[in-house]
Design a protein around this ligand. Sequence first.
Ligand code: GDP
Length: 140
Amino acid sequence: MPMERTFSIIKPDATARNLTGAINAMIEQAGLRIVAQKRVRITKDQAEAFYAVHKERPFFRELVDFMVSGPVVVQVLQGDNAILRYRDIMGATDPAKAAAGTIRKSHAKSIGENSVHGSDAPETAVKEIAQFFSENEIVG
Ligand code: GDP
């Protein structure tokens, strides 16, 4: 298993409900290490750039508005096979379809307000991490 890094966001619905610690506990209990973390408000430009792949989707505007609606916690997670493992820990995009014990099953409000983001592939992880962190902010 390769040692990997993935990019995570604890989204505004979760920070609003004071769930940062509960979600971090689930991440750490699953064996991933939080090697960088900061609480920020992202700008509309940042949200649009981050989700550019979805810009033709009907929910794009709603998604951008949601992501700028409150603080988020951006993170870098490290561990064996971290990208796929974090996708498993997060659960399906729609919490109604997420497996028991996943972050989204436990905490997400809806398919849009679904508490967490995690990179979907090695190339996107590198790109997303670089959007929010410089290398000297990541301490493994
Ligand atoms: P993810 O990789 O599991 O986060 O899912 P996607 O890459 O397919 O979608 C990105 C994000 O867009 C999701 O996490 C949701 O926040 C949002 N999203 C996806 N589908 C819908 C939808 O049908 N409605 C709304 N409002 N948001 C959606």
